[in-house]
Design a protein around this ligand. Structure first.
Ligand code: SF4
Ligand code: SF4
Length: 195
């Protein structure tokens, strides 16, 4: 059922693996660092969501129960939420570790690098502010990576941005290349509200 999507994931993992390797001196990601799994929206397509659920089904009943409770609690909070942008901790995060790591979505795989955005600009991962990725060349006051910091770091490899935006990584060009559809996209928690 997920054969073609999994082919795309292999392609994506290889690409992202290369990118992370090229930026290795700046990357502080490690198991147990889960700041990027919290306080966010987490866009997921239907295909990513179904794949995530297939991972959920491989988990022990005890872990499934914990996740289900977190989902219920988050759904209830979302239903009562009156603002524009509901941010929440991912319900699949258990004790700061992703319980469905091999089945995680695309946004989860790409996060942590510098993203190329419109007009030649770039988006630095928020965790640079917290002493994590790119913090060794990031000026917290100026909110940017500076030449001064880069020179002082003594690192040879320059910090560079990549075309890793969610819309690009879920573009129909990839659907056509790997012969599958992402289908509808929405915040992860909304899949539990409207399904
Ligand atoms: S991207 Fe940042 S917050 Fe996420 S695991 Fe890596 S270091 Fe931690
Ligand atoms: S699916 Fe896993 S990696 Fe993605 S946000 Fe949830 S806990 Fe984090």
């Amino acid at each position: 059922m997920f054969e073609n999507y999994e082919k795309y994931l292999i392609f994506l993992n290889n690409k992202l693996g290369e990118f992370f390797e090229r930026q290795k001196p700046y990357i502080k990601c490690h198991k147990g660092c889960a700041k990027c799994c919290k306080n966010a929206e987490f866009p997921y397509s239907r295909t990513e969501f179904k794949y995530l659920l297939s991972g959920f089904l491989t988990l022990d009943k005890e872990v499934q129960d914990k996740i289900e409770n977190k989902i219920k609690e988050t759904v209830n909070r979302k239903k009562e939420f009156k603002g524009d942008k509901f941010l929440y901790d991912c319900p699949f995060l258990i004790e700061d570790v992703c319980s469905v790591y091999e089945y995680r979505g695309i946004v989860c795989r790409a996060f942590g690098l510098i993203e190329s955005v419109k007009n030649g600009n770039s988006k630095i991962p928020f965790c640079a502010f917290e002493g994590l990725n790119y913090s060794n060349v990031f000026d917290v006051e100026k909110k940017m990576i500076t030449d001064e910091k880069f020179k002082a770091s003594g690192i040879e490899q320059e910090p560079v941005s990549f075309n890793i935006g969610y819309n690009f990584l879920t573009d129909e060009a990839f659907e056509n290349k790997f012969n599958f559809k992402f289908e509808e996209k929405k915040a992860l928690i909304d899949w539990f509200i409207n399904e």
